[in-house]
Ligand binder design. Structure first.
Ligand SMILES: [Zn+2]
Ligand SMILES: [Zn+2]
Length: 143
């Protein structure tokens, strides 16, 4: 499955009766057109260049709303700032423990043996898989 583009996502939201202001559209566009997984601050810095009156609160509100609508995903990392993901396909991540870079990789094809979550009373709606390590750049700096 191909990740849906900004235009496709916008059309889908419109069909669902969701209207986005130009500022909110810009936030969605930034996320749909990058392969990086930016933090809210990083998104703010980009969007501010076009909308100088934009507040950080607008960015947070918009990210929250887009996440609720299923248009983007939030990746939280404990105490660190959350990162946001415009890739709506099932995929896994490579996370560099040194520089914090997050890279998309295809979800594993081997069958994953899922524990019996129903026995624990859980209804699982999604899962998140991340491989931690060092990116190629950080590896050369360590050795
Ligand atoms: Zn790195
Ligand atoms: Zn991703």
């Amino acid at each position: 499955m191909q990740r849906s583009s900004f235009i496709e996502t916008l059309a889908d939201l419109k069909a669902r009766g969701v209207r986005l202001t130009p500022q909110r559209q810009m936030i969605l566009k930034v996320l749909k057109e990058t392969h990086e997984h930016p933090t809210a601050e990083e998104i703010y810095k980009q969007v501010c260049q076009e909308f100088s009156g934009m507040s950080m609160a607008t960015v947070y509100n918009t990210l929250h709303r887009l996440k609720e609508l299923g248009a983007i995903k939030e990746l939280s990392y404990g105490d660190m700032s959350s990162r946001y993901d415009g890739n709506d396909t099932e995929h896994a991540h490579l996370v560099c423990e040194s520089c914090g870079e997050v890279v998309d990789v295809p979800a594993p094809v081997l069958p994953i043996v899922t524990p019996d979550t129903e026995a624990l009373g859980y209804e699982v709606t999604s899962f998140r898989l991340e491989y931690y390590g060092l990116c190629s750049l950080c590896r050369t700096q360590v050795s």
